[in-house]
Design a protein around this ligand. Sequence first.
Ligand code: CP
Length: 303
Amino acid sequence: PKSLVHIGDYDKEDILRILESAKTFKENPNRDLLQRKVCATLFFEPSTRTRLSFETAVNRLRGRIIGFSDAATSSSSKGESLKDTIMMVSNYADLIIMRHYLEGSARYASEISPVPIINAGDGSNQHPTQTLLDLFTIYETQGTLENRTITIVGDLKYGRAVHSLIQGLSHFHPSFNFVAPEELQIPEKYKTFCEEKGIPYKMFSDFSPETINMADILYMTRVQKERFTDLMEYEKVKNVYVLRNIMLKDSKETLKVLHPLPRVKEIDQDVDTNPKAYYFQQAKNGMFVRQAVICDLLGLDVD
Ligand code: CP
């Protein structure tokens, strides 16, 4: 079966089809498309938005949800392997949505599963449905996905939402500004990816007015504490960049501030009431995009 593990599993045409379909779900999210379908959510790592938006997506389409949000309550805590967990749950469900701390876990699951797998985040690697909702939001706010300048700030090393976003946007002629402390700068493989695709990028260690004022989208990210093996290293970089309302004063009229959330302190709460802040609307779009992906992978006609 077709799965969505990496944003590259969808080509440009697939992405545009999902965004189009998500738009119809935003107009009407309550439909009977998943009657007699069971979807499983297997979350080996914490989540608020991703799991609850997937589950709401299924509920609003009249499907049923099974699963766990705390691996400690599953038999993986007794030592059951991921392989056996996937083989078991695929006996019960028509589709599996999984988040796991190991990079490559969702790909592995997709290779052994008789039902589609949706990767809801695998370690620092990929978060493809986050990217689809980010693209939906960029289109919604900019009226186009083409030729946007995206300033991405924070943890570019461990941020899976960042890694997927760079690849998802690559179809649409972006320019990137990567703002991060040296320890958290964008990994070589994503620089190489941009170079091979002819995508311009610049790297900054200062979160300067220039990086904000040239952007169409300011994409803030959290420093991913859970990926650090040495918490002293986390302490050094945890609050390195904080966006405050005053810093948006000379930004483009059409700028939107996005964040995959959760935030810790990297966006001051005084930004929330600025019309340029769009991260809560962005998160809301997740449900519509996820309805579109679920229906796509189950081969359901949404027209
Ligand atoms: N953006 C995101 O993945 O949020 P959660 O960790 O709350 O699911």
